[in-house]
Design a protein around this ligand. Structure first.
Ligand code: IPE
Ligand code: IPE
Ligand code: MG
Length: 243
C-alpha cells in the first residue's frame, strides 16, 4: 500500500485549546485564537500538500455564544480579518472555501466576508476547506429535517443526508480533536457515524505538520470495518469501503 493511499480523503478537526495556550502565557484568550489562525493556515497548506481532498474545521460552535462577550466579539473580528487577509493566498493554492453553519445571527460584515470567500474560490478543486462557524451537529440535523418537512418530502436517511450542511463532500474519514478533551462537543453528529477518532493532548496552536502526520499514521493502522467482521475484510481490499 503506498503512503498516498493511507492519507484520509476527508479530515475533520475540533481545534481546541487556544484559550489554555494563551492563559499559560499570561496572555488574553483572544491571543490564543490569533495563534490558532496561524496553526490553521499551516494545517490547510500541509493537508493540500499531502493530498487530503477535504478539510473541515470547527471554529465556533452554537454554544460558544455563551462565552464572555469580549471573547465572542474578538472571535467574530478575527474571522472577518482572517478572511480578508488569507483568502487571496488560499485562492492561489487552489483551496475552495465553504462556510458551514447558521449565518442568520452573524453580522453583515462577517456574512459578506464569507460570501466573498466562497465566491472567489468557487472554481478551485485542489482542497475543499469547510469552516464550521456558528455550527452545531444538532442545528444541522434540525435544519435538514425542517427543510424536508417544509417541502413536504419524506424523511429518510438518504433525504436527510442530502439536506445536511456538508452534503457537498463525503463523510470524514478521520476526526482529530486537540486540547485533550475526549468529546465531540456537538460537531459532526450525523456525518461522523463511521469516522475514526483521534484525540491529542497538544493544544491547537501547537498542532503542527508533524502532529498531523502522527494522526494520519495512527489512522493508517486502523481497520475500518463498517459493521463487518475482520475476516470478511481480509478477503478483499479493506480500504475499498473507505474510499
Ligand atoms: C477552541 O479553543 C476555539 C474555540 C472554541 C473558538 P478554546 O477557546 O476552547 O480553548 P480552551 O479549550 O479554552 O483552551
Ligand atoms: C469545541 O470546543 C468547539 C470548537 C473548537 C469551535 P469547546 O471548547 O467549545 O468545547 P467544550 O466546551 O470544551 O466541550
Ligand atoms: Mg475549549
Amino acid at each position: 500500500m503506498t503512503a498516498q493511499r493511507q492519507v484520509p480523503n476527508h479530515i475533520a478537526i475540533v481545534m481546541d485549546g487556544n484559550g489554555r495556550w494563551a492563559t499559560r502565557r499570561f496572555l488574553p484568550r483572544v491571543a490564543g485564537h490569533k495563534k490558532g489562525v496561524d496553526a490553521l493556515r499551516a494545517c490547510v497548506r500541509h493537508c493540500g500538500d499531502i493530498g487530503v481532498k477535504v478539510l473541515t474545521v470547527f471554529a465556533f460552535s452554537s454554544e460558544n455564544w455563551n462565552r464572555p462577550a469580549e471573547e465572542v466579539s474578538g472571535l467574530m473580528e478575527l474571522l472577518a480579518m482572517a478572511l480578508s487577509r488569507e483568502v487571496p493566498q488560499l485562492h492561489k493554492e487552489g483551496v475552495r472555501i465553504h462556510f458551514v453553519g447558521d449565518r442568520s445571527s452573524l453580522s453583515e460584515k462577517v456574512r459578506h466576508g464569507l460570501a466573498q470567500a466562497e465566491q472567489v474560490t468557487a472554481g478551485n478543486t485542489r482542497l475543499a476547506f469547510n469552516i464550521c462557524f456558528n455550527y452545531g451537529g444538532r442545528w444541522d440535523i434540525a435544519q435538514a429535517a425542517a427543510g424536508l418537512a417544509a417541502r413536504g418530502e419524506a424523511i429518510t436517511e438518504a433525504s436527510l443526508d442530502r439536506a445536511m450542511a456538508l452534503n457537498h463532500v463525503p463523510d470524514p474519514d478521520l476526526l482529530i480533536r486537540t486540547g485533550g478533551e475526549m468529546r465531540i462537543s456537538n460537531f459532526l453528529l450525523w456525518q461522523a457515524a463511521y469516522t475514526e477518532l483521534y484525540f491529542s493532548d497538544k493544544l491547537w496552536p501547537e498542532f503542527d505538520a508533524a502532529a498531523i502526520d502522527a494522526a494520519i499514521a495512527d489512522y493508517a493502522g486502523r481497520e475500518r470495518r463498517f459493521g463487518r467482521t475482520s475476516a470478511q475484510l481480509s478477503g478483499g481490499d479493506r480500504r475499498k469501503k473507505a474510499a
